[in-house]
Design a binder for this molecule. Structure first.
Ligand code: PAF
Length: 282
């Protein structure tokens, strides 16, 4: 497996390749990332992973500085998973000049849910992903469903800019107690780690109630928020949305998703559950 740090090296290594399958990451890899590499391998093209902690998608006071940088062990995991090439640029390589051209996702996707609490985040994500797409020129790229809003932003960017790239969604991998795997789980202290699975349980409770015929989604989400707060969480949101548009569900919605974001101490966790069977809601 090649590990390259510059755009020039990457371009030279990819010259003449018919296509690649791409897994963009910020490193500190867990089994969820590796499952995306395995998914990428199914496409029969060389697999390229990137490892880059992108400053553009972190707001002031967020965890850019403390985000774990674990290049060596990440490369071991990627090599064992059969990845062919890792692109691990530094900030100066990705942003040799200030990034004054940026991608602005539509307000409806970028400024709602996580975007409402992390202004500029999805613009930072879309901008770096577009740059990475331009560098790697993949035919297919993998994104986890765990970052559901991000997945929709990327899909819409690909659609609106006519990028010739298939976006493939990988399922969320979970710990035994249901906690969604995330690089940020490493921030949790021992008792927070035990408590952390409550976010998934609350979303599962909402999904189960809707599937059992409960129609008042707002009341279900409000009750979940109350229970989280009583247990010591600081809740950004718990919301039910149309899984295609991320807008409030309408009678025409065929797929729903319940999403949540909340803080345990200084750690912000997100999770979501797609709900099959399109239960009707108020
Ligand atoms: O999901 C992530 O790890 C990041 O947001 C991504 C897509 C690699 C862009 O920095």
């Amino acid at each position: 497996m090649q590990v390259l740090h510059t755009a020039a090296e990457l371009r030279a290594a990819l010259a003449g390749r018919a296509g690649t399958a791409f897994v963009p990451t910020m490193g500190n890899l867990h089994a969820g990332h590796i499952s995306l590499v395995e998914l990428a391998k199914q496409h029969g093209q060389p697999v390229v992973a990137s490892i880059f902690v992108n400053p553009l998608q972190f707001g002031a006071g967020e965890d850019f500085e403390r985000y774990p940088r674990t290049l060596e062990s990440d490369c071991e995991k990627l090599s064992a998973a059969g990845c062919d090439l890792v692109f691990a640029p530094d900030v100066a390589e990705m942003y040799p000049v200030p990034q004054t051209f940026t991608v602005q996702p539509p307000d409806s996707l970028a400024n709602d849910l996580c975007g409402a609490f992390r202004p500029g985040h999805f613009s930072g994500v879309a901008t770096v992903v577009l740059k990475l797409f331009n560098l790697v020129q993949p035919h297919v790229a993998m994104f986890g469903r765990k970052d559901f809003q991000q997945l929709l932003v990327i899909r819409e960017m690909v659609r609106q800019f006519n990028l010739p790239i298939d976006i493939v969604a990988g399922d969320t991998l979970r710990e035994a107690d249901g906690l969604a795997m995330s690089s940020r789980n490493a921030y949790l202290g021992a008792s927070e780690r035990i408590q952390a699975a409550q976010l998934h349980r609350e979303l599962a409770t909402i999904a189960a109630a809707l599937q059992a015929g409960e129609r008042d989604a707002e009341a279900l989400c409000a009750a979940a928020c109350r229970r989280l707060k009583m247990a010591g969480w600081r809740v950004d949101y718990v919301a039910l949305r149309d899984a295609t548009t991320l807008q409030a569900p309408t009678p025409a919605s065929t797929r729903l998703v319940v999403l949540g974001a909340a803080w345990l101490g200084s750690t912000r966790l997100i999770d979501n559950l797609e709900i099959s069977g399109s239960p009707s809601t108020q």
